[in-house]
Design a protein around this ligand. Structure first.
Ligand code: IPM
Ligand code: MG
Length: 351
């Protein structure tokens, strides 16, 4: 029995997780999976009830589970809270507490969405890359503070933190196209200097993998002008946050980008987008990033590759049939809401 803690969160979070749970029900039925889900409060909604965005009750629930499926957190009503009470701090807290240093963000171009991307489609045809973002270090977790009109965030990394994510990246590259792009700012940052040294050292264990180093500013433009050159990208926390949003444009919308955060005994799956409070509760949100995150859960936690692929195929099929939520709808799309999209995807899940 696999136990999943479902943390819907704020804004569109509850709608998109509900959509993913509908797809999960179908996958359970088709593949005979033994999965149990239980919901918990997390983020702004938890703050409203418990006065903290990551209550002890939710942490208990997470610890009794095998995986976490998370919607999204945050909203303007909590923006002025002290940093440690903001919904985002719960997200950083759960990542750190569970030791989820390895964030996998696959980015894929869907030809059917060609008229939604801002790029020329011929540049994107065939793009299918993965960003490995270090998730528990760097400026997100270094010492920070404010004194009068000065503020600082410290970007810190040690050897162990770099080695484990870089090892995962080489392993992934080895199993795919044998190309690895490591992205840093080694011309300026000391952490990047260490990062690059370690990547070079470790590359000796993977002689078949072609290694490229790119400065992050150059990587940003390369992603736009020639994304096909990339297959596996590895980078530190903040660079990965920015580049993955940028890369999401390849998939037509942030609403298409799933993620898996691995490295702990209990791993976490969540869409890469935020809580979109402006469209919350209106059945407008694109649930596909969450549904695709569920597919990653089936792959990495349940080790059920067949079920994972069935969900991914179902998503592609529904897109191919021309169904689209507002964010990815073109002139000829059949526009649907969140619930309808979830229903269509679940109907397409088959063994
Ligand atoms: C993400 C988000 C988070 C991050 C925020 C909400 C704290 O942007 O998962 O990419 O910066 O990691
Ligand atoms: Mg982000």
């Amino acid at each position: 029995m696999t136990k999943i803690a479902v943390l819907p969160g704020d804004g569109i979070g509850p709608e998109i997780t509900e959509a993913a749970l509908m797809v999960l029900d179908k996958a359970k039925e088709v593949f005979g999976l033994e999965i149990e889900t239980q919901k918990g409060l997390f983020g702004g909604c938890a703050y409203e009830t418990y006065g903290t965005p990551f209550p002890e009750e939710t942490w208990q629930l997470v610890q009794e589970s095998n995986a976490v499926l998370l919607g999204a957190v945050g909203g303007p009503q909590w923006d002025n809270l002290p940093r440690n009470l903001r919904p985002e701090s719960a997200l950083l807290g759960i990542r750190k507490k569970l030791g989820l240093y390895c964030n996998i963000r696959p980015v894929k171009f869907y030809s059917i969405l060609a008229d939604k991307v801002v790029w020329k489609p011929e540049i994107l045809e065939g793009v299918d890359l993965v960003i490995l973002r270090e998730l528990t270090g760097g400026a997100y977790f270094g010492k920070k503070g404010r004194e009068g009109d000065s503020a600082y965030d410290t970007m810190e990394y040690n050897r162990e933190e770099i080695e484990r994510i870089v090892r995962d990246a080489f392993e992934m590259a080895q199993g795919r196209k044998k190309v690895l792009h490591s992205i840093d700012k080694a011309n300026v940052l000391e952490t990047s200097g260490l990062w690059r040294e370690i990547v070079i050292e470790m590359s000796k264990d993977y002689p078949e993998v072609r290694l490229e180093h790119l400065y992050v500013d150059n990587a940003a433009i390369q992603l736009v002008i020639n994304p096909k050159q990339f297959d596996v990208i590895v980078t530190e926390n903040l660079f990965g946050d920015i580049l993955s949003d940028q890369a999401a444009a390849i998939a037509g919308s942030l609403g298409m980008l799933p993620s898996a955060s691995l490295g702990g005994e209990i791993n976490l799956y969540e869409p890469a987008h935020g809580s979109a409070p402006d469209i919350a509760g209106q059945d407008k949100a694109n649930p596909l990033a969450t549904i695709l995150s569920l597919a990653m859960l089936l792959r990495h936690t349940c080790k059920h590759e067949q079920a994972a692929q069935a969900v991914e195929k179902a998503v592609e099929q529904v897109l191919e049939e021309g169904y689209a939520t507002g964010d990815i709808a073109g002139a000829n799309s059949k526009r649907v809401g969140t619930k309808e999209m979830a229903k269509l995807v679940s109907e397409c899940v088959s063994g």
